[in-house]
Design a protein around this ligand. Sequence first.
Ligand code: RET
Length: 236
Amino acid sequence: MAAVGPESVWLWIGTIGMTLGTLYFVGRGRGVRDPKMQEFYIITIFITTIAAAMYFAMATGFGVTEVMVGGEALTIYWARYADWLFTTPLLLLDLALLAGANRNTIATLIGLDVFMISTGAIAAFAATPGTRIAWWGISTGALLVLLYVLVGTLSKNARDRSPEVASLFGTLRNLVIVLWLLYPVVWILGTEGTFGILPLYWETAAFMVLDLSAKVGFGVVLLRSRNVLERAVTPT
Ligand code: RET
């Protein structure tokens, strides 16, 4: 187990932010009776709950280890990958349910996503800079295909539902495109990329801001539009 350095301040802010987000969604979800509407609350509450737990694990030194790369010890927060492995499919499930996607589209999206996070985790644990960057490239390739499905098939599904659903879906999809594309950038510029451009302290801050925006920000936008959601879940 590696020691947690001064970056722990960001990990604690992440823990608190995810916890407050969870409490907010639980508070808003009370009183929701429609089972289809409840799906969005259940999924979104799990997303921030898992993240709060993994941030707590990182802040307290459980979720961190060291990897030897070219004779140097790199601090790797492995709990990030445990978090993302479960929370990114759930985020996509929220989007897919909103768009009214079919099973094949959902399976494709989640398959690409799990592939992206697993190959990203291999990148983080690989022992040479060359193999780390190669796995990063493979993972980024999966991300690009995933975003292509969001822009293509899923956007079409959303348009077929109603103008309101299409509009809410468009906002959330654009948020996902911008935020998700920043993850591989922070990773490669940060300590994992071994180029030493972004120190661990600032990399941890950047991931914390991205995680809070992609989970709590996303959830707030999704769940505040109750009338649109209601329309999305009513069969037409
Ligand atoms: C890694 C590194 C390898 C290349 C790529 C990555 C992508 C990660 C993404 C994470 C998204 C996380 C979210 C968390 C929610 O809070 C694994 C960093 C492509 C896209 C949305």
